[in-house]
Design a protein. Structure first.
Ligand code: SF4
Length: 134
């Protein structure tokens, strides 16, 4: 439990209930930060980044892996296919898409904005809004 009484589960529940609702406000808030002192914003962002990831457990969340299209290296393919007990080519056919121009593999999922995808980013932005009002 943190100073905010946040746990992984209640932070994720808050994120699910509010991330899309606050998306426009968060967009305009983040744009407004360009008018503020860069040093102050950077200091608060670093503190909140550490705080957010001390609450959220990425191994329990895994939302970015499900909703973004991360680049998957040959080393990743060998490791993940081995973990799943699949042959390399079977894993590639089931879960990856080849980007011929960039010569890389992408996970076959969609993209969305950061605070909507990541509960830690949502927490950081919401807390930043509170702190910048002080
Ligand atoms: S979406 Fe954010 S909190 Fe969830 S696993 Fe990815 S980085 Fe971690």
């Amino acid at each position: 439990m943190t100073a905010n009484n946040k746990t992984h589960d209640n932070l994720v529940a808050d994120w699910k209930a509010n991330a899309e609702k606050h998306d426009d406000d968060n967009y305009w808030f983040l744009r407004s930060l360009k008018q503020k002192s860069g040093k102050k914003v950077d200091r608060i962002a670093l503190e909140l980044h550490q705080e957010a990831f001390s609450i959220v457990d990425c191994m329990k969340c895994a939302n970015c892996c499900r909703t973004l299209r991360p680049i998957v290296t040959e080393e990743d393919i060998a490791r993940i296919a081995g973990h799943l007990g699949m042959a390399r080519d079977e894993f590639v056919a089931a879960y990856l898409e080849r980007d011929e121009e960039q010569d890389r593999y992408l996970s076959t999922m969609n993209h969305a904005s950061n605070a909507v995808v990541c509960p830690a980013v949502f927490y950081l932005v919401e807390q930043m809004r509170k702190r910048m009002k002080r």
